[in-house]
Design a protein around this ligand. Sequence first.
Ligand code: PEP
Ligand code: MN
Length: 263
Amino acid sequence: HGEPSEVVVPTPNGPVTFSAFAPLVVVAGPCSVENETMIVETARRVKAAGAKFLRGGAFKPRTSPYAFQGHGESALELLQAAKDATGLGIITEVMDAADLEKICEVTDIVQVGARNMQNFSLLKKVGAQDKPVLLKRGMSATIDEWLMAAEYILAAGNPNVILCERGIRTFDNQYARNTLDLAVIPVLRSLTHLPIMIDPSHGTGKSEYVPSMAMAAIAAGTDSLMIEVHPNPSKALSDGPQSLTPERFDRLMQELSIIGNAV
Ligand code: PEP
Ligand code: MN
């Protein structure tokens, strides 16, 4: 509806604009914040490569209750340390509205994950606060359901919503974890003014497939990308198989700058 809108996010390094008319914004970082050394090191490496935001999970929505659940509040302090060290904006996920205030002391964008896309009470609460919201598509959500979830946030008074496609469930997950629906880019452009992000890391589940899908997303017109990066993927506490090394991420950023308008 109408012209694409922009979401302008203040960060210590200056404002970053998510918009169809602004340069591509790249968000990068590990699935989980594991310790101070790794998060600060990752922040430095992704910043040097051109990322504008560090994304790392403190509260993790894991399929198994026995899997690493994230370090929670103490991880928020580590994200603050990485922010202080680099000036990067921070993105982290909220799972429980009870944590929202603490998360917002550190984060510049609040992530609502795929599993909470239709947690309507959570959507109302992130809509009633000031930080921009990154709304990931539910793994089996239709586009209308996704847009209505965004509408909950807008209706609660927060106009700053970014829509993130992260792959959907289809009949075959043998080779790729999800089916990355890149057709949503032109579809969303025709249906909504909100900025678009593509997450090829969760979208494919395999690091070797991430670069080509990142490039395809730019070709299709995405406004931003989320890429999982870990200093030692084989040792990652979550999502190692889909995480790029800092070296591979740096190379990808150079490749992207040839086809896109990444800084
Ligand atoms: C994540 O971003 O690390 C995550 C858990 O993603 P999703 O909600 O898309 O599964
Ligand atoms: Mn992850």
